[in-house]
Design a protein around this ligand. Structure first.
Ligand SMILES: CSC[C@H]1O[C@H](OP(=O)(O)O)[C@H](O)[C@@H]1O
Ligand SMILES: Nc1ncnc2[nH]cnc12
Length: 291
């Protein structure tokens, strides 16, 4: 069987388009959860189908708490995306992770509190596993691409997700360091949770832009500093996408880690108690498992 893989790229701060895409088209996608951040750019990169979504919209119009994460993930799924690469700017919580380092995230701590976090709800209840919140297989492919490109990186790391939009206090930043977190940002949750519910592989490459506000020898984070580092590293982020695309095509069948079967044992609501309106709204998400 040939690969059915379609790579979705969610571009964070500073990554609002993709180089070298062929046969491109910006597509407007409607979802039962409202509007995604922008139109989605579809195309091919080295023969691999790719869909790109600028997380904050072109021109960076939408703050983290107002992102419609459900619509974004649903729109990617509608366009056939099976594996998602999230590219994100983050602050460093470790002295050995200076700006310019890429971290292939494998864990999250979700401290967000003002966001819709599930496709499911009253009338159709589900609980997916999140012990491994990112796809390890996709993480390995990202790491292989970073090695090939000689980009300074760390293979694993915990991303602390804060609500924002303000940056942290020193007390908060210091607390997160005692928790062993590696980096901090505002966007990857509930994105990763929703990708799991939608049975898509998800992995994050976090681009360190600053030392947040805990480091005595460095200025506190500012938008200026973040943008400067993002611009300096945008070429490497784009090269990563180009190097990752052909690696995605190698998958045969469903993800061996189980991302594409995440709902197999997740739905709790008895068939006789399922809300028909919810079933209709969630059709794209649940049709593989409920038929
Ligand atoms: C401009 S700094 C704060 C902003 O950047 C990060 O976003 P993204 O993950 O989309 O690159 C961070 O989480 C904040 O939203
Ligand atoms: N220090 C920081 N805190 C939260 N989000 C960020 N994005 C980039 N740097 C950040």
């Amino acid at each position: 069987m040939g690969s059915d893989a379609v790579l979705g790229v969610i571009g964070g701060s500073g990554l609002y388009d993709i180089d070298g895409l062929e046969n491109t088209r910006w597509v407007k996608v409607d979802t039962p959860f409202g509007d995604p951040s922008d139109e989605l750019l579809t195309g091919e990169l080295g023969g691999q189908r790719l869909v790109f979504l600028p997380r904050h919209g072109r021109g960076h119009r939408i703050p983290p708490s107002d992102l419609n994460f459900r619509a974004n993930i649903h729109a990617l799924k509608q366009l056939g995306v099976t594996e998602i690469l999230s590219v994100s700017a983050v602050g460093s919580l470790k002295a050995n992770l200076p700006p310019g380092t890429f971290v292939v995230i494998d864990q999250f701590i979700d401290r967000t509190f003002a966001r819709e976090k599930s496709f499911f709800g009253a009338g159709l209840v589900a609980h997916v596993g999140l012990g491994h919140p990112v796809c390890g297989r996709l993480g390995d492919l990202i790491e292989a691409a970073l090695v090939e490109l000689d980009v300074p990186h760390q293979r694993r790391g915990t991303y602390m997700v804060m609500e924002g939009p303000q940056f942290s206090t020193i007390a908060e930043s210091t607390l997160y360091r005692t928790w062993g977190c590696d980096v901090i940002g505002m966007t990857n949750m509930p994105e990763a949770k929703l990708a799991r519910e939608a049975e898509m592989c998800y992995a994050t490459v976090a681009m360190v832009t600053d030392y947040d506000c805990w480091h005595e020898d460095h200025d506190h984070v500012s938008v200026d500093a973040v943008i400067r580092v993002v611009i300096a590293n945008a070429g490497r982020a784009r090269a990563l996408v180009t190097a990752l695309a052909p690696r995605i095509a190698g998958r045969d069948g469903a993800c061996a880690q189980g991302c594409h079967n995440a709902l197999d044992a997740a739905i709790m609501t008895a068939p006789s108690h399922r809300d028909p309106a919810m079933l209709e709204k969630l059709d794209l998400i649940v049709k593989r498992v409920l038929g």
